[in-house]
Write a protein that binds this ligand. Structure first.
Ligand SMILES: Cc1ncc(COP(=O)(O)O)c(C=O)c1O
Length: 384
């Protein structure tokens, strides 16, 4: 067991001003959805170039609601990646549609856009790509494919708040695209509302629908008017959570630049040993990615042990790691629906061997040095 302080895989940075702001909200007499949610939506909207934004209590329901607004349902197909948090494809099942997985690009670890068009059928209604670890999918190519086949795009940007594409922030319009952008503010994301998410929309009609889906389908009018036209759920964000989000937004630029610096340090320390060990490193992107995660891919065919053993040894040395993610189509639920090992070999290989190293704004360069040195020593002891 290490006597050094533990370096967790991630840890949110919440400042004292935010904590005081939360206390003010708690004392205010209004703690569920109210003025703080409106202020948070307005701030995210401004960040996204003025597009309408609605906040929810998770990044999962934001995607489900986007699918509902896009009228995706039973009998429809949605193209997505098999390497993501399972929420990405669960929401497709949730609305009654069928996920159609397309294997990933081994370099970016995102959906392989070269393979997307071959998966389009007469039932395809939408594409739901994921910016894994914050590295954006090529938006120009993505929207060109969507336009050619008349598909809606729901960008699962859960991990890419603070990332950019071609000089524009993720969340701003790419050309005049009509896409939805879904953010998550789960505690491990680059900014958090504890739990929560935001959907970036295209017009007021979509924004009104998002509000209906968010709260039981209710439409209010006048002092006492109420009607329900569509079936909605209970997905509203609280003012307490929104106040956390407002406090976090103020630090976004600083958080992103800190993450980029730490990622640079990982490359500096790992590039050479990675060649010797055949360790896969992420794309060294310092203009687009928000460096939500720093993920390596272990050299499966050279190791004398499984990934879990490497994680156990790193854990014993006081270093937290994670797996983001096993390939979705191999989960029992998805196997029951017909997917099999071998269907998406690149996602399977990466899913078996990917390892997320610690990366969060509160880390220091010395922490990166310790993680890198321990990882290299651990792998060196296990390569054959
Ligand atoms: C890629 C991806 N999609 C969707 C989600 C779902 O977000 P949430 O946990 O806020 O529901 C997450 C977050 O965990 C995610 O990482």
């Amino acid at each position: 067991m290490s006597t050094l302080p533990r370096i967790p895989m991630t840890r949110p940075s919440i400042d004292e001003a935010t904590i005081a702001g939360v206390a003010d909200v708690l004392r205010s007499g209004w703690i569920t959805s109210g003025p703080q949610v409106k202020a948070f939506e307005a701030a995210v909207s401004e960040y996204c170039g003025g597009r309408p934004v609605r906040a929810f209590n998770s990044g999962t329901c934001t995607m489900e609601i986007a699918l509902r607004i896009a009228a995706v349902g039973a009998g429809d197909e949605v193209i997505t990646t098999p390497l993501s948090w399972v929420a990405t494809s669960n929401v497709i099942l949730e609305v009654g549609a069928k996920p159609v997985f397309v294997d990933i690009d081994p370099i970016t670890r995102n959906i392989d856009l070269d393979r997307v068009e071959a998966a389009v059928t007469s039932r395809t209604r939408a594409i739901l790509p994921v910016d894994l670890a914050g590295l954006p999918v090529d938006r120009r190519r993505l929207y060109a494919i969507a336009r050619r086949h008349n598909l809606r795009v729901i960008e699962d940007a859960a991990q890419s708040f603070g990332s950019a594409w071609n000089g524009k922030r993720i969340g701003q319009h790419v050309e005049s695209d009509g896409g939805f952008v879904s953010f998550s503010f789960h505690p491990n994301k680059n900014i958090t509302t504890i739990e929560g998410g935001c959907l970036v929309l295209n017009d007021e009609r979509e924004a009104k629908l998002a509000e209906q889906y968010r709260l039981q389908g209710v439409i209010r009018s006048g002092m006492d008017g109420m009607d329900v036209e569509i079936l909605g759920g209970k997905f509203n964000l609280t003012d307490v959570a929104a106040r956390v989000g407002l406090g976090q937004l103020a630090h976004l630029t600083e958080f992103t630049s800190k993450r980029r610096d730490l990622a640079r340090a990982y490359f500096e320390l790992l590039s050479q040993p990675a060649q010797r060990l055949n360790l896969g490193l992420p794309v060294a992107d310092f203009s687009n990615s928000n460096w939500h995660m720093f993920q390596v891919v272990l050299p499966e065919d050279r190791l004398d042990c499984a990934r879990a053993q490497i994680m156990t040894e790193l854990d014993a040395a006081g270093i937290g790691t994670g797996v983001h993610y096993p390939a979705i189509h191999l989960f029992a639920l998805y196997r029951k629906l017909g997917w099999r090992p071998g269907d998406f070999p690149v996602a399977e290989l990466v899913g078996r061997n990917i390892l997320t190293l610690p990366l969060f704004p509160g880390m220091s360069r010395a922490d990166v040095e310790r993680v890198s040195a321990t990882l290299v020593a651990t792998l060196t002891a296990h390569v054959e």
